[in-house]
Design a protein around this ligand. Structure first.
Ligand code: SF4
Length: 374
């Protein structure tokens, strides 16, 4: 890990404005904050689940998943003791399944080492799988009232504008300055509400494009608005070019069922159910026995960009022959009507939808916050 930039010193004026910012933010939050289910609780588990789901996924998409997930796993212990397949199935359609795997792994640590309660200690919280500075700050400030910042992309953008942080947003210096400002702004009283208010401002008012400065509660404190630099700050982080990957899949159908296998080995899709697939152009690359299935000639193509990979996937619908043994591995014939409840990765969900296998669209945000169909 690269060394962190040294903690920047803040001027007295910056500290004064940071304190003033909090007063205004809390007023805005009380007047205009959305009434969301995870804001009606201080239960650390419920706050934690919401924060995990909201990473890279929009509020409107998370709402039904949140309710269903907590009904299925109402406590940390229930989550820890459940089969991972059941957890992934409950996550099906939200995407970024690593979040669900980490959440359950962390729940198991919480049960084993912390009596089933999210730890109050900063270092213990950070040691949990999938919990970074943002997540720890969010849960500890919201659930336990600890005076800690929680800076997501929305908060980062609003702070950069208010305090004129001009460096590109991914640079160590800009990050360190934003974090120092966030730390200075968080009040002893209502730190969780303050953090949520800042994120809410970024989500609803100080949006990436066309921020609504005219109705903004912190307009009088905002350096970017004063200088007309709202659209220029923050400078976007330079993105590495996505690596192009060409892949091919077989969607093998038999009566009303479709063939899926569990992805083994390491990687983001490990443990998920997938259509048999491989990198390459030709259906042969998938490696199914030639007598197992014959292509019907129907082909669909999807493009999906995730984690710096642009996947061009060509999927061939195939009709299964009767009585042919499946290759080694974990396989299932699943009813097409039940695919929705299966933890398929996003490109395979797209394929299923294009082939009329009845999956509703979901809305996901990629690592840069860009929305795409899941
Ligand atoms: S005044 Fe405009 S740029 Fe500044 S924080 Fe408010 S919405 Fe963002």
């Amino acid at each position: 890990m690269p060394p962190r930039s040294p903690k920047p010193r803040l001027t007295t004026d910056a500290r004064r404005r940071a304190a003033e910012l909090s007063t205004r933010l809390l007023g805005f939050y009380d007047r205009e904050g959305r009434d969301l289910p995870w804001r009606q609780t201080k239960d650390p588990y419920r706050v934690w689940v919401s924060e995990v789901m909201l990473q890279q996924t929009q509020v409107v998409t998370v709402l039904p998943y949140y309710a269903r997930f907590l009904e299925a796993f109402p406590t940390v212990r229930a989550l820890a003791e459940s089969a991972t397949d059941d957890v992934l199935a409950m996550w099906a359609g939200l995407g970024y399944y690593g979040r669900a795997r980490n959440l359950q792994a962390a729940a198991r640590v919480v049960v084993a080492n912390h009596g089933g309660v999210f730890p109050r200690d900063w270092a213990d919280a950070l040691a949990l799988p999938g919990v970074g500075r943002y997540m720890a700050g969010a849960v500890l400030s919201i659930a336990f009232g600890q005076r800690l910042p929680a800076v997501d992309g929305n908060a980062e953008r609003a702070l950069a504008r208010v305090f004129l942080v001009r460096g590109h947003i991914g640079s160590g210096r800009a990050k360190a300055r934003i974090h120092a400002l966030a730390e200075a702004a968080v009040p002893a009283d209502r730190p969780g509400d303050h953090n949520q208010a800042l994120m809410e401002l970024g989500a609803l008012v100080c949006t990436p494009r066309a921020p609504q400065c005219g109705r903004c509660a912190v307009r009088e404190l905002c350096g970017a608005a004063e200088r007309g630099l709202q659209e220029a700050i923050p400078r976007p982080r330079p993105r590495p070019a996505a690596r192009a990957v060409t892949a091919v899949a077989a969607v093998v159908r038999r009566d009303s069922r479709v063939l899926i296998r569990r992805q083994s080995g390491p990687g983001a899709w490990s443990g998920l159910w997938v259509f048999p697939h491989a990198e390459g152009h030709e259906l042969d690359a998938v490696g199914l026995p030639a007598d197992l299935a014959a292509p019907t000639g129907r082909v669909v193509q999807v493009r999906h960009t995730v984690m710096q990979r642009r996947i061009d996937l060509k999927a061939h619908e195939c009709r299964a022959a009767q009585g042919v043994a499946l290759p080694q591995g974990e396989w299932r014939w699943v009813k097409a009507s039940e695919l929705e409840a299966v933890a398929l990765p996003a490109p395979h969900r797209k394929v299923a939808r294009l082939l009329g296998l009845g999956l509703p669209p979901t809305r996901l945000l990629d690592a840069e916050g860009v929305e795409h169909a899941g």
